[in-house]
Design a protein around this ligand. Structure first.
Ligand SMILES: Cc1cc2nc3c(=O)[nH]c(=O)nc-3n(C[C@H](O)[C@H](O)[C@H](O)COP(=O)(O)OP(=O)(O)OC[C@H]3O[C@@H](n4cnc5c(N)ncnc54)[C@H](O)[C@@H]3O)c2cc1C
Length: 430
């Protein structure tokens, strides 16, 4: 059988091509353009932000957890928070759920913040474009093939950053990676918001009281609540609460059939948790579920096998590296299948470094990754994946990609001091 529509309808070019516009990809593109590169950002959906606008509303990782929070992320991430603040669309939630101070925002405003920061920096945006294959020249990733309503495009670039979350570009180029076939991956969550909440009464319900009510409802046999320690929090808007309660385990998020079943199950669970909230929790009696996340939230799928692989020991020992491009102080937060979530902390106030080598895949050239598909063990990944760190990694990958183009060198050969100097100049905390 012949594929009738298999034709390349156009060719595009960029110095730096960024695939995926989540926290990592958005920061990558902004940093690359600000470093002077002609930058193209390709995204499969019609807006930027990935999980930051599709699923969530709180940046973690900006501050260390504990009694004396220290800000450990800066530069492009600060531009994002400042723009949200200017629009009255954010608030700081102190040390929530042990993860440190969170920056809670309105995701709809963030969609506009991301695109205005990108456009102001000079990034060319291309939405509704799904990258589906790579163009190789020897070991170098020279471009990608993208699917659109008009057919297929080839996009060639001097340097490519894979910020797809799932390491799509790296996987198709033949770079080694690990994923659900090699070991455990975290469970998935459909988030949802409740509107019409009596804020004062709902806020008076503390975490332990909520968990006791979840257990009581589940044990009554009348509610199907697989997770018993889900969280719920205030938003910038009166009467609106955001949740992180559902849990769908054992899913390979790169398999569309498994992901389809997970979407259906996530929404089913969300309706069940909303019923529980109305029936059991003070303040929710007249509230209703207004929106599900745009898609089910995927915490972990493919992680590349990079030049360095961040380990659990690096995290818990707060290890420092000469090629540090960002810091992280977040605990290991393990969302496995089952009722609870497991937390393991660094020493109070400590941080570890994220090495540049974790963004460099093995075996292929001309390619960097940023965000949750970095090179890390499963346990280390459970700490390093917060959006603050994804933005910081993106900033580093974008600067590295632009500097590589300017120096006519490959990202693997870029002198790390040059990169760190550029990052310090942008306001990164190293
Ligand atoms: C349920 C859940 C709760 C979480 N809670 C928090 C929290 O409260 N705070 C926090 O800081 N972190 C939290 N995290 C972790 C954090 O949100 C993620 O690790 C982070 O957002 C990942 O960012 P990313 O840019 O790497 O990937 P993503 O945000 O997934 O972005 C990937 C982007 O690439 C696009 N894309 C993918 N494939 C292609 C393709 N082939 N072609 C074109 N475009 C493509 C996607 O549409 C998307 O826009 C949570 C994660 C989940 C799932």
């Amino acid at each position: 059988m012949r594929i009738h529509s298999k034709q390349i309808i156009a060719e595009k070019r960029a110095e730096v091509l960024v695939v995926g516009s989540g926290s990592a990809g958005a920061a990558t593109a902004i940093a690359a353009a600000k470093t002077g590169a002609d930058t193209l950002l390709v995204e499969r959906y019609g807006f930027m932000g990935g999980v930051s606008t599709q699923v969530l509303d709180t940046f973690y990782g900006f501050y260390t957890p504990g009694s004396s929070p220290r800000k450990i992320v800066g530069g492009v991430p600060d531009l994002v928070v400042d723009a949200l603040k200017k629009r009255g669309a954010m608030l700081i939630r102190p040390n929530t759920y042990g993860a440190g101070d969170g920056v809670t925002y309105d995701p709809e405003t963030l969609k506009m913040v991301w695109e205005s920061l990108a456009l102001e920096a000079g990034v060319r945006l291309l939405f509704h474009t799904f990258v589906m294959d790579v163009l190789m020249e020897g070991a170098r990733v020279a471009g990608v093939v993208a699917a659109t309503k008009r057919g297929w495009f080839e996009i060639r670039a001097d340097c490519i950053v894979d910020a797809t979350g799932d390491a799509d570009v790296a996987a198709w180029s033949g770079a080694p990676y690990e994923g659900p076939d090699e070991g455990p991956v975290q469970s998935l969550t459909t988030t949802f918001r409740m509107t019409g909440v009596d804020d004062a009464r709902a806020r008076a319900v503390r975490k332990d009281a909520l968990h006791a009510l979840l257990a009581q409802a589940a044990e009554s046999g009348k509610y199907d609540l697989p997770r018993r320690e889900g969280s719920i929090h205030i938003t910038p808007y009166p009467g609106v609460m955001a949740t992180n309660m559902t849990r769908v385990g054992d899913v390979d998020a790169t398999d569309p059939e498994q992901l389809t079943r997970a979407e259906v199950e996530g929404r089913r669970q969300a309706m069940e948790y909303a019923r529980f909230l109305r029936d059991f929790v003070p303040g929710y009696e007249h509230a209703f579920l207004t929106d599900f996340s745009n898609q089910i939230g995927v915490r972990e799928s493919r992680r590349i096998r990079g030049v360095y692989r961040l380990t659990k020991e690096d995290v818990l020992a707060a290890r420092k590296f000469d090629d540090a491009i960002a810091q992280c102080g977040a605990p290991i937060e393990e969302h496995h299948s089952g009722r609870d979530t497991h937390w393991e902390y660094l020493p109070e106030g400590a941080t570890y470094d994220i090495p540049y080598r974790c963004l460099l895949p093995q075996l292929v050239e001309g390619l960097l990754v940023a965000g949750r598909c970095l090179s890390a063990e499963h346990d280390a990944h459970a700490s390093v994946r917060s959006m603050g760190q994804c933005m910081a990694m993106g900033q580093a990958a974008g600067a590295a990609a632009a500097l590589s183009c300017q120096g006519e060198t490959l990202p693997h050969a870029l002198p790390v001091d040059t990169l760190r100097e550029r990052l310090a100049g942008m306001g990164a905390v190293l």
